[in-house]
Ligand binder design. Sequence first.
Ligand SMILES: Nc1nc2c(ncn2[C@@H]2O[C@H](COP(=O)(O)OP(=O)(O)O)[C@@H](O)[C@H]2O)c(=O)[nH]1
Ligand SMILES: [Mg+2]
Length: 282
Amino acid sequence: MELQWFPGHMAKTRRMIAENLKLVDVVVELVDARLPLSSRNPEIDAIVGAKPRIVVLNKADIADASANALWLKYFAELKIPAIAVDSNSGKGINRLDGEINKALAEKFEKDRKRGIRSNNVRMMVVGIPNVGKSSFINRLSGRSAAATGDRPGVTKAKQWIRIQRKYDLLDTPGILWPKFEDEAAARRIAYTGGIKDEIIDVEELCSNLLEFLRDNYRDNLAERYKLTEDISLLSGYDLLALIGKKRGCIVSGGETDTFRAANLVLDDFRSARIGKITLELP
Ligand SMILES: Nc1nc2c(ncn2[C@@H]2O[C@H](COP(=O)(O)OP(=O)(O)O)[C@@H](O)[C@H]2O)c(=O)[nH]1
Ligand SMILES: [Mg+2]
């Protein structure tokens, strides 16, 4: 991953997030809509504990719309509030307000009984690298964002961003470690670019992705690369070679440059040029 996660780092991260958790009313957990389970931290439930939480299926714009609906239903059944968001355009982000109100209904009621009138809500964003935490925070804060600075009783270094008059958002997200032990999850994260390509075999990775696309998004694949032949029986590596040939990825001597082809396909996938694709279903 972008950061090397050692047990020591994980312990430190856990500690830092636990400290910040004490300061907030609600946690916004970002996951990648294309792989909502694989992009979750494996210990998220234990880390967040009983603190109210909203799951944001981010990058919903480049995930399969019908799959987004299935995932929202999945989280609804688990009684975990979830919304689908595109942090680049801001689409879906307006649902956050309603979900927070529902998740914090009890707190508001308690405050009201105690005669506390201010409905200020403090929140923090957590998620694994590359799910879009910074984009989400920027989008949420918009131009009206104002660093509210240090406040009494809060550690000096903490910066809060005031949004929509009633939210205080911790300006630095909690960066959690991904699922390393789960090979299939790690592979899906790698497809999306969440693991540095330098440390993996891109041709093997791309071959695996092509097999997934062959079985689940064959029309998208055929259309993108003008594959008119029957590809149902081609292996991932055969597909890679075929696409390389079609795209003119040739090395001197006439052989197909499968390394270049793999980078091209991965780039196409990551930029959603093959289509809106979800890598796992509930
Ligand atoms: N299509 C799309 N891309 C996004 C979205 N949110 C973030 N990104 C992109 O994902 C990449 C990682 O985003 P970033 O905010 O840096 O992630 P962080 O590491 O969690 O802070 C960047 O290239 C963003 O432009 C989104 O909702 N839709
Ligand atoms: Mg960031």
